[in-house]
Design a protein around this ligand. Structure first.
Ligand SMILES: [Ca+2]
Ligand SMILES: [Ca+2]
Length: 297
């Protein structure tokens, strides 16, 4: 080959080689670019997801801020209401009970003065209504002295110291009519008993039952008014109460020991005494001294 041909061949070879290198470079760049595009797409997708997540979190934060604001409002409202409640008169009893208890307790204890077990007297008053129009026999069992009036007639009068003893007296009564009745007893010492029975041709002897006894007007219901005095002459009255019947054996104790609450429909001041007795059954309340005496003395 001639030198010119060799030179030309070399130049061609160089050009071909160069072109091949360039082609290789271009191919390599294209591949990198494609990879970059894929990465870009991935990052773009991830970015959109993060933006979406951020928006969601911002929305939640806004809701929480709103809830916190509402809670603060509610707390403020509760505080307002509590303040209003403390200032209102209706709320005063909530703090008052301890003072009320301190004030009322001594008063009740003072009224609930127990009666002595000896040297006392009792007077029962009211009305009695028989079931039959017959001659009735009334019986008393007493320790100590006893007196009984029916319709103003003194049927029994045994005003003496004695062990439990029966006395009796008779009177003609009309069925359903109400007659004034009064029984008195006194206790000097030892045991004390007071009972009232009746019988007629149509009924056997029995304690005069509650349904046939009525308290003095204006009291209503059944039973008799019982007035308990701390001496033997009806001087110092301690207790006024409703007795369903006269059927007592106090033994050697006080007539007001374990005194049960009054029975019947009391509508006057005895209602108060009944409540006090329920509060302190072992220490019954004393009666006020200004109570009016029964009408038929
Ligand atoms: Ca006694
Ligand atoms: Ca006695």
């Amino acid at each position: 080959m001639r030198p010119l041909e060799i030179g030309l061949a070399s130049a061609v070879a160089v050009a071909v080689l160069s072109a091949a290198v360039n082609h290789a470079r271009t191919s390599s760049s294209n591949a990198a670019l494609a990879a970059s595009r894929i990465e870009l797409d991935r990052l773009s997708t991830e970015n959109a997801a993060l933006r979406s997540r951020l928006a969601s979190l911002e929305k939640e934060a806004a809701e929480l801020r709103g809830a916190v604001g509402e809670l603060a409002d509610l707390k403020g409202r509760v505080a307002e209401l509590e303040g209003a409640l403390r200032r209102s008169p209706a709320a005063e009893p909530k703090t008052a009970p301890p003072d009320v208890a301190l004030v009322t307790r001594p008063v009740r204890e003072e009224k609930a003065e127990p009666m002595e077990a000896d040297t006392f007297s009792v007077r029962w008053t009211g009305l009695v209504s028989p079931r039959f129009s017959e001659v009735y026999t009334f019986y008393t069992e007493s320790d100590d002295g006893v007196r009984l009036w029916v319709n103003g007639q003194l049927l029994i009068d045994n005003w003496t110291d004695h062990a439990p003893q029966e006395d009796s007296g008779t009177i003609e009564l009309a069925a359903g009519k109400k007659y004034e009745i009064k029984m008195e007893m006194y206790e000097n010492g030892g045991g004390a008993v007071a009972r009232l029975f009746w019988e007629s041709p149509s009924q056997t002897k029995e304690i005069v039952p509650q349904e046939c006894l009525f308290p003095p007007a204006p009291e209503t219901g059944n039973g008799l008014r019982g007035e308990y005095f701390d001496d033997m002459e009806f001087g110092e009255r301690k207790v006024v109460r409703r007795d369903a019947t006269i059927d007592f054996d106090w033994g050697e104790g006080s007539p007001t020991d374990g005194m049960a609450p009054d029975e019947g429909d009391n509508e006057d001041e005895e209602d108060d005494e009944e409540e006090e007795e329920e509060d302190a059954p072992a220490a019954p309340a004393a009666a006020p001294d200004e109570k009016p005496e029964p009408e038929f003395e």
